[in-house]
Write a protein that binds this ligand. Structure first.
Ligand code: G1P
Length: 294
């Protein structure tokens, strides 16, 4: 069954090793870009794309994610008595905006394995997956861009971005052919093959998969069918490759700017750009940066 996509899965059980020591006792999904945790950017993108049903795959030490999306009576009470209405609204909006469920991934066995843990909650329908490390700024939310392709073709869609050769080995990479599609302006591809974290010389193209997916429910059988791949993990890319044998998969070079906020440099870049965009901080921060005379 394809139909309207109602659910989005956030794998959030990873160990966050790229961001140690900050992530030793704190989930990387809760690292703040300016004043909002990474995962909230993804959740807001999903909501702005028309998806309210959020499934978070968590692991040990991730309780603060649940607390973040829960109601905080003490905090709300305090803000109410102090008449901090703006802050109260922000805090309430977080718990009001979504219907969230959690499922545990007991061992970090890979992205494919994490997605499989959401099977019961997803059921037999197409769903979205968001990797909250990938923060994307765009006029039309990236998930919405992919949904439009999914709704048209009734097939799985992955977000694509061109990356330089020296970085390609950090990604899932596709071999794909362009597809004519009204309004897509050369952004739409039909995937022929894909490989997880290839060596630069083996990469089939410069088109990397970025952490936004719309998946048909058949992906669950594919995840079950594949052996561990790169890094000894059950890879979502390998499952997609398996799915390709029986179902078409599309790739969409999304419009927007993506930050790899799971990487220290990418995180810093996102922080600077997000701060500069803020009405309340932008001008003061810009002045400060100028004063550094780099
Ligand atoms: C994951 C996926 C990879 C994808 C990447 C996008 O890798 O396995 O295919 O290209 O996300 O950010 P990770 O970054 O978790 O190693």
């Amino acid at each position: 069954m394809t139909g309207k996509v109602r659910k989005v899965v956030f794998p959030a059980a990873g160990l966050g090793t790229r961001f140690l020591p900050a992530t030793k006792a704190q989930p990387k999904e809760m690292l703040p870009l300016v004043d909002k945790p990474l995962i909230q950017y993804g959740v807001e993108e999903a909501i702005h794309s028309g998806i309210q049903n959020i499934i978070i795959v968590t692991g040990r030490g991730k309780a603060s994610i649940e607390d973040h999306f829960d109601v905080s009576f003490e905090l709300e009470h305090l803000l109410e008595t102090k008449k901090k209405t703006d802050l109260l609204k922000q805090v309430r909006d977080i718990s009001d905006m979504i219907d969230v469920s959690y499922v545990r991934q007991k061992e970090a066995l890979g992205l494919g394995h994490a997605v499989l843990r959401a099977r019961e909650l997803v059921g037999n329908e197409s769903f979205a997956v968001v990797l909250s490390d990938d923060v994307i700024v765009s006029d039309i939310p990236c998930i919405r861009q992919l949904l439009d392709i999914h709704d048209f073709y009734g097939a799985s869609v992955v977000a694509l971005m061109e990356v330089p050769p020296e970085q390609i080995s950090a990604y899932g990479v596709v071999d794909a052919e362009p597809v004519e599609h009204a309004g897509a302006n050369g952004r739409l591809f039909r995937v022929r093959n894909m490989v997880e974290k290839p060596k630069a010389q083996d990469a089939p193209s410069n088109l990397a998969i970025i952490g936004r997916y719309i998946l048909v429910p058949g992906i669950f059988q594919s995840i079950e069918a594949i052996p561990p791949g790169a890094g000894g993990e059950i890879q979502l890319t390998d499952a997609l490759k398996h799915l390709l044998r029986s179902r078409p998969i599309y790739g969409y070079k999304f419009e927007g700017k993506r930050f790899d906020a799971g990487d220290k440099l990418g995180f810093l870049q996102a922080t600077v750009e997000f701060a500069l965009r803020r009405d309340d901080l932008g001008s003061g921060f810009r002045e400060y940066l100028r004063s550094l005379q780099l």
